[in-house]
Design a protein around this ligand. Sequence first.
Ligand code: GRF
Length: 199
Amino acid sequence: MPSKTKKNIVILISGSGSNMAAIVRTAQQQDWQRQFGAGVAAVISNRADTGGLQLAQSLGIATQVLSHKAFDSREAFDAALMALIDGYQPALVVLAGFMRILTPGFVNHYAGRLINIHPSLLPAFTGLNTHQRAIDAACTEAGCTVHQVTAELDHGPILAQAAVPVLPGDTAETLSARVLVQEHLLYPQAVHDWLQSQP
Ligand code: GRF
C-alpha cells in the first residue's frame, strides 16, 4: 500500500544500496516526516538478487522488484516502472546506483523531481569507470555529484558536489571507497535541501 506521507520519496536501486540506506537513516534520524511531511515510501530494484533490498527491509522500508528482463523493450520496462512508482504518488524520485539508462519519456514524466548521484566531479567523467579514468588522467581531485536527471546521461543541472584528493598509489577501489564516504554525506544533504526548497 502506498504510504500516506505527503511528500513521498521513492528510491531506485540496482546494487548494494548504501546511498539508499544513508538517505533512509538520515530521514529517520532528522525526522523528515515532522520537518517536511516527507518520508521514503518505497525502494524499487530492477534486480531481485541485490543486497540493497534486504537492507531497505531491515530499515523498515517497503520494497518492490521490477525486473527489466521481463520486458521486450526499454520503453515497455520504463512504462511499467512509471506505473509502479506513481502508485506511491512521489514528490521526489531518487536514483541511487540504479544501473539502467532511462528513456526520455520516463525522464520527462518526472521532470524537476528526479535526481541522481554520479561518482565523479561532473562535467568530468560522465558514464562508467569514473575512478579509473580520473586516475588515468592524473587528476589530483575526484568526487561525486548530485544532479537533476535530464534526457542526456549525466548532464542535468548540478545540485551539490563533494571533492576528495586522489592520493599516490590510489587504485579505482581505494579511490571509490574514499568517494563513497562523501556520497553518503552529500546525497542525504542534497535530498534534505531539496525538501527544504519545496513549498
Ligand atoms: C555509487 O557509487 C553511486 O555514485 C553510483 O553507483 C554506486 C551505488 O552504490 N551511481 P550503492 O548501491 O549506493 O552502494
